[in-house]
Each structure stands twice: as C-alpha cells, then as structure tokens.
Design a protein around this ligand. Sequence first.
Ligand SMILES: NC(=O)c1ccc[n+]([C@@H]2O[C@H](COP(=O)([O-])OP(=O)(O)OC[C@H]3O[C@@H](n4cnc5c(N)ncnc54)[C@H](O)[C@@H]3O)[C@@H](O)[C@H]2O)c1
Length: 437
Amino acid sequence: MTTTDQPTAQSGARHEIPSYLDPNNIGPYEIYLEQVDRVTPYLGKLAYWVETLKRPKRILVVDVPVHLDDGTVAHFEGYRVQHNTSRGPAKGGVRYHQDVTLSEVMALSAWMTIKNAAVNLPYGGGKGGIRLDPRKYSQGELERVTRRYTTEIGLIIGPEKDIPAPDVNTGPQTMAWMMDTYSMNVGRTATGVVTGKPVSLGGSLGRADATGRGVFVTGAEAMSKLGMPLEGARIAVQGFGNVGEAAARIFHQHGAKIVAIQDVTGTVYSAAGIDPGKALAHLKQTGRITGLEGTEEVQKDEFWSVDCDVLIPAALEKQITLQNADKIKAKLVVEGANGPTIPAADDLLAQKGVTVVPDVLANAGGVSVSYFEWVQDFSSFFWTEDEINARLDRIMREAFQSLWDVKEKHGVTLRTAVYIVACTRVLEARALRGLYP
Ligand SMILES: NC(=O)c1ccc[n+]([C@@H]2O[C@H](COP(=O)([O-])OP(=O)(O)OC[C@H]3O[C@@H](n4cnc5c(N)ncnc54)[C@H](O)[C@@H]3O)[C@@H](O)[C@H]2O)c1
C-alpha cells in the first residue's frame, strides 16, 4: 500500500492540545486549529496525515539578555517556530511586539505553511518573535536585542533551513543586523539567510511594496469577479504600516478612494477621499494619523461601520470579531494582516454575503518577493523592478484564479478553498516523503 492509499484513519478526529499551551486559553493557534478542522472533510485520504498540520515541527524558546543604555541588563523572551518543512525550508517573519506569545508565533508560522503552499512557493512555514515593545528602546538597544536573538536562533536558521523576514515592527535594518550577525557566526557573508534586506545588501527591488501590491492585485481580481468597479471604490484601511500604506497607495493610484485610515494612534475619515501620500507625510511629521487636513477623527470602534466598499485589515490579528462583524458595510474584505478575522466572525461575514480574500492568499505578495530575493541571492544575479513586479502580479493573479475556481467547484468560501489546496499540497508532500526513519 502506498502512503497516499492509507485509510482516512484520523479524518474528523479532534486535535489534542499540546501540553505547552493552556487548553482554557489556547490563543491565536486555536483559530488555525479550527481552520484545519474545517478543511479536513475535503482532504480525502490525505486526512490520514492531518495531525501533521496541527503540530509545529520544531519550537525554540530563547532568553535574550542585553545591556540597556542605562547600564542595567534586560531579558526578553524570543521564539522561533518551524511549523512545517515538508515542501522546503521554513520561511516567515520576525515580529517585535509586547504581546507576542508562543501561541501567536505558532499560529503565524502555521499560516506561513498554508500561504507558501497556496501560492506554490517551495517553502514550509516558520515565524519568530520577541516579546518587547520596540518604542521603548533605543536603536542601539534594538540592535543588541536583534544580534543576540539571531545568535540564539542561529542553531536552527540558515539559507537552506529557515529564512526569517520582517513582520510587525521589524524592517530592512533589522534584517541587515540579522544577516550580519549570522554571517559573523558562520564566517562568511550569507545574504540568503534572511529576506527583506536593504537593496544594497542583497535585498530585492520591489520587496518593500510587495505585500501591499499583492493585497491590491488579489483585491482587484476579487472586485472584478464581484462586478465592483475599481474607479471610485471606497476603501477603509486598518494599519498604515508596511502593508496598509502600500495597499492604500496602490489602490489610490488605480482610481480607488481611501475613505478611512486607522492606526495605533487613531482613526481618520473623509468621504471625499484621503491622499495616502499626504497621510504618510503627516504621520512622519507629527507621529499621528489624526489631525490630517481634510479628515475628521472618528472613534476607534466606528472604523468598522464606516461606509465603504472594500475593507482592508492590515494591522494585527483578531480585529474582526462578533462585536464588529455585523457592522461592516463593505462587500469585500481583503486581509492584509495575518489572522485578522476570528472564525465565528468569518461565518457571519459569509452569511451577510461579504466576500473575504483570506490572509493566506491576500498577503502572500511579501513572501513571493522574499522568494525572488532568496533566489537572486543564491545566484548573485539581480532582476529589475519591472521583472519582479510582473512575476509577482502573475503569481498572485494565477493563484487567485485557480483558488476562485476551487471555491466555485466546492461551493465554499475562498478561505476554505485556499486551505483545501494548501493542505492538500503539504500533505501530499508529507505522504510522498513518508515518515523518517
Ligand atoms: N510586512 C510584510 O511583508 C507582511 C507580509 C505578510 C503579512 N503581514 C502582516 O500584515 C500586518 C501588518 O504588518 P506590517 O508589516 O504592515 O506592520 P507595521 O509594523 O509596518 O504596521 C502595523 C500597522 O498597524 C497599526 N496598528 C498596530 N496596532 C494597532 C491597533 N491596535 N489598531 C489599529 N492599528 C494598529 C500600526 O499603527 C501600523 O500602522 C501583520 O499582521 C503582519 O503579520 C506583513
């Protein structure tokens, strides 16, 4: 009997919660587990292997001690989780945030497995994080944290093993420090160990905007399927960082109207439309999104009931909940952030007829250009920005089309369709490789 012919022994079986998570408060990983449960009935014989998807392959928790500028020593909790490596090395970002938990990093690493498989990149899924609020530390302190963290996780990362990238509150400078630290430790310049580096250090053109660009491409594809014109479409964006700002800017460039922006500092609204370039300049100058000329400030919770056609959550997870899903007026939600919608709210949106382009498809543009960066680093041959954008657009468009077809075929949501395709690809690889030893 070949491995793919195995009976569906475990299909439908409920998962056990690993001892290192609190069963009464599982955290973000519970969202992912529920998503896997939902897709299991569609996996056929491959459901035999489904537990593989529910357990991260490897978890490393590290202590990160550093000298602070005031002469004291601080200790930070750091994580690197490799969720799955059946289809290739682990790949995924590193987040600096005061609320980072193991469960969150596990969920983010699992979503990377799904995302990479959904757009057919030759990667598994990984993610890292450090539990700290970067706003409270100097550049020098953050550099020391980054270097020590990189050394601690150096045991398991590497260009052919696990390739970190930026996520919330990390960026090209963080990646430059990580690349340098890893290179010093292995005794050679290893540009391919991280992606999202500055272009002058083996980074790729187009990487900075890639996630936002992918949000735009998949959002525009969905609008075309739904018969929604791009010109004049009203867009509300939560999060105005790497993803949200680029998505807003590119939608604006294509004739859409950004009517609301929310970030950690507040929420602004303008029925006439906000110029994202002016919003960014204002944010840089004042440190706040509020007070932007031509906009009115609205309460945090009112963001969700803003009159708009497309809603782009591009900040953090668990933002669309049962408390606000009912208020959403948009016909289309394009998830720039990872895990912004809890499953119950997802169901509510589906019942309301709202189409959701799920995170694991909508924000895959970033990792797609990270893949290009990794390939360019290996060959030390760099492509033009036009080539990169054309390849990115093609990957995102083709993935969207084929996943939309699966959604139509099974009569399921786009999220379930993406999970069907991605889980099938990961478990096919698992089944073909078999269990070692
Ligand atoms: N950067 C990437 O390439 C990439 C790729 C895929 C997915 N993502 C996901 O996109 C999301 C945003 O990542 P990013 O890289 O843009 O981060 P970022 O740090 O550049 O920006 C985060 C934005 O969210 C806002 N924000 C934070 N807390 C908020 C709150 N409570 N309410 C409203 N706004 C809040 C911040 O003010 C900021 O504007 C994350 O979920 C991340 O995992 C990022």
